[in-house]
Design a protein around this ligand. Structure first.
Ligand code: IMP
Length: 429
């Protein structure tokens, strides 16, 4: 039901790494709660505060604003060890966390054996996905297979240990079939993870009631997506996707609120396109341009350090994302990375291998590697934009580029980011 408060979903509209962390950090200024609704430590949200850089994998980016409550919803797969490493590092760096972080009792536990299995499956696979190796696929498999363990299970050690033992035995059999060796480190890692159970229970909550009550009391909430629309399990480039629904509808399921409590959906797009991991990237640059923009934009994975492949802005994907997520606004990031380019191309449609023209994002992922994007050329602005704070102060060619992105995507541009700092953001309208 609609509430007195205001609930905004922030969702990635490409292959992740769109700069959601920065947008959440900027918007968190005006909210009371920030909650993650899916994914796990595969995410890497980079936020710059003054001269400091923070890379957050599981704790929502809103944590860097004092006083905001930060939640991990039932839709996440929680790596307990890594979660507390991140938590303790924030404490060490002086971030006040007392009473600020809560984890859903319904969230799935991602345990060390999930990571071993992730790597073993990937090593043995004929078609590699290029996963982050964080155990995401196996943890969601256990969830869907109704074999997973949840935060609430930590409250009953006897039942927990029985279920963990059964899970571990099953996973060991699979590892053996895959020809993967298991070292003694697994036992120690499992002990360490489960040993953190009490500590995790001390911050456990029910995110559905907590968020709903806050909204009914007139508070403002941000639901923070991880990865992007093209990595969504249903709507992305399957099978080269992550194992959760990254798109906006999942924000309700993944936190336990009703979909009618959501008031706005902000889609984050980079001013160009990047992808890390395997799978097609239709608007990929030529090799020289790829190298050039990767250097200009420091396009290396925040979680794995892998180089990201880069390409032109793809409005076929942006339109798909606008529809699937029901976007009410767009945040365009890293516009400044394009400052020196003389000409920019935007993919407006794809010529399919059979010669037909696709304006909607095709379901057949395999055909995407041989589509020919139809490009529209726009003149570059060849002027620095990093110091611009008002839309009217942007070079006219940069504004024309943003107007075209808005027109082709079908969602209004509401923010433009022109650098990594909090202050480097242009509100639009
Ligand atoms: P997984 O989520 O680790 O299973 O990886 C599946 C695919 O999603 C791989 O192509 C990863 O590179 C990609 N991926 C997962 N998380 C992120 C992210 O936060 N940013 C970009 N790509 C990601």
């Amino acid at each position: 039901m609609p509430t007195q408060g205001f609930c905004t979903v922030i969702v990635g509209c490409q292959w992740g790494d769109e700069g959601k962390g920065k947008i959440v950090d900027v918007l968190a200024e005006g909210v009371d709660i920030v909650a993650r609704y899916q994914g796990g430590a595969n995410a890497g949200h980079t936020v710059h505060v003054g001269e400091d850089e923070f890379i957050l994998h599981q704790i929502p980016s809103g944590v860097l604003h004092p006083g905001r409550r930060c939640l991990l919803g039932n839709g996440v797969v929680l790596d307990i060890r890594q979660f507390f490493e991140e938590y303790d590092e924030l404490l060490e760096r002086g971030v006040e966390l007392e009473g600020r972080v809560g984890v859903s009792r319904r969230a799935q536990l991602l345990l060390p054996y999930h990571k071993l299995l992730d790597k073993a499956v990937e090593n043995a696979a004929a078609t590699k996905i290029g996963t982050t190796g964080r155990g995401i696929g196996p943890a969601y498999e256990d969830k869907a297979g109704r074999r997973g363990l949840r935060v609430a299970d930590l409250g009953n050690p006897e039942r927990l240990h029985k279920r963990v033992a059964a899970a571990q035995e099953r996973i060991m059999r699979r590892l053996e079939q895959l020809g993967a060796g298991v070292t003694d480190e697994l036992e120690a890692a499992m002990e360490e993870a489960l040993g953190l159970g009490e500590r995790l229970l001390s911050i456990a909550t029910d995110t559905g009631p907590e968020i709903t009550d806050a909204l009914n009391a007139g508070k403002r909430v941000l639901l923070e997506g991880a990865q992007g629309t093209a990595l969504d399990l249903d709507h992305g480039t399957y099978p080269f996707v992550t194992s959760s629904n990254t798109t906006a509808a999942s924000a309700a399921t993944g936190t336990g609120i009703g979909p009618t409590s959501i008031d706005a959906v902000v889609g984050v797009v980079k001013a160009y396109t990047t992808r890390v991991g395997e799978g097609p990237l239709p608007s990929a640059f030529s090799p020289e341009m790829d190298e050039h923009v990767r250097t200009l934009g420091s396009e290396f994975g925040a979680t794995t350090g892998r180089p990201r492949r880069c390409g032109w802005f793809d409005s076929v994907l942006a339109r798909h994302a606008a529809r699937v997520n029901g976007l009410t606004g767009l945040a365009v990031t890293k516009l400044d990375v394009l400052d020196t380019l003389p000409t920019l191309e935007v993919a407006t449609a794809y010529r399919m291998p059979d010669g037909s023209i696709a304006e909607n994002f095709p379901a057949d992922t395999w055909s995407l590697s041989s589509v020919e994007p139809i490009y529209e050329s726009l003149p570059g602005w060849q002027a620095p934009t990093g110091e611009v704070r008002k839309l009217e102060d942007l070079p006219s060619n940069a504004r024309a580029y943003l107007d075209r992105i808005e027109e082709l995507s079908g969602a209004p541009v509401r923010w433009v980011s022109v650098g990594t700092k909090r202050s480097q953001i242009i509100p639009v309208g």
